[in-house]
Design a protein around this ligand. Structure first.
Ligand code: GLN
Length: 304
């Protein structure tokens, strides 16, 4: 498969089409990003990096970070995390409160905000410095030691994080948060404010194509069973109330963030990261969805 030829063919028509969607502005710092930014990076398990556009520019990974903190919590605690958070698609927006009330403070899954907050709480209970540990985990998998946080984005989200504060207070009232609310929220805002490029994200997510092993060293970070389960959760829950649509159109497990990034994984084949900031009404990158749909259509490869 000549991936470079495919990227070179699929990218320009999307880049040249009128931009649809809106750059996220509910976190004010994210609104400063230029809407025309667009990059793709694909890492092949058989070796080889293929890329186009703004693939090496860092952006706010936002909810893509939820997969990485979940991987850490699952590695540390194993199956018992599912006592506090489920594995069902929510069918609701990522920051919805409604379901959480009638399901007694147990989030549907770890990739919506409430579920990711529970995962942050679990990591805080286990680790002295969860943020540093999460960064080390990501730096090790990606091989990029300079990956860090954008403090301005974290502060901006904290200043306007009332909905996340509502979610965590509701869960605390049901006894599903062990630690101090502000400590958990701070950790969550910081993890969402990690910045990575498409290149760095694709390298990191290659772990999930490679049964949990780092490709360059062969080191096992997750077992193949854990990796299978995490890919399954991305498939059913990675795009909130658009998870079915993403599955239908792209046919791969993946995760989006409101910074405009999307990662997708083809187990045994490749990982790919796309970045384009304008979001569709469900909060997923409009161009990113279109590009990945075209990619799996053109290659004829998906997990289905
Ligand atoms: N930090 C964002 C929030 O909590 C993450 C949401 C997202 O990327 N979908 O609202």
């Amino acid at each position: 498969m000549n991936y470079q030829l495919i990227l070179d063919e699929l990218f320009p028509p999307i880049k040249n089409a009128a931009i649809i969607g809106e750059v996220a502005s509910y976190i004010p710092e994210l609104a400063h990003v230029r809407p025309e930014k667009f990059g793709v990076h694909l890492c092949c398990l058989q070796g080889g990096d293929y890329f186009i556009g703004d693939h090496s520019e860092r952006f706010s990974i936002q909810s893509i970070s939820k997969v990485l903190s979940l991987a850490m919590a699952f590695k540390i605690e194993g199956e018992s995390i599912w006592k506090r958070v489920g594995v069902e698609p929510s069918g609701n927006p990522f920051n919805s409160l409604i379901q959480l009330e009638y399901e007694n403070g147990k989030p549907r899954n770890p990739l919506i905000n409430s579920g990711a907050l529970v995962i942050c709480d679990i990591l805080i209970s286990h680790l002295d410095n969860p943020l540093e540990e999460l960064l080390s985990f990501i730096r090790k998998i990606s091989g990029q030691s300079s990956i860090t946080i954008n403090e301005k984005v974290a502060a901006s989200e904290k200043a306007f994080g009332h909905r996340n504060a509502a979610l965590i207070n509701l869960m605390k009232s049901f006894g599903n948060i062990e630690n101090d609310i502000d400590q958990v929220l701070d950790f969550y805002f910081y993890q969402c404010a990690i910045e990575m490029s498409c290149l760095e994200l694709a390298r990191t997510m290659l772990l999930f194509s490679n049964r949990g092993k780092i490709l360059s060293s062969g080191e096992e970070m997750l077992t193949s069973s854990q990796t299978k389960r995490l890919n399954a959760i991305m498939q059913s829950c990675g795009f909130y109330d658009e998870a079915g649509e993403f599955t239908y159109r792209v046919g791969l497990p993946g995760k989006s963030g409101v910074g405009g990034g999307i990662v997708a994984i083809h187990p045994g084949e490749y990982s790919v990261a796309v970045w384009s900031p304008p979001l569709n009404p469900k909060g997923n990158s409009a161009r990113g969805m279109r590009f990945l749909e075209d990619l799996t259509t053109k290659t004829g490869l998906s997990i289905f």
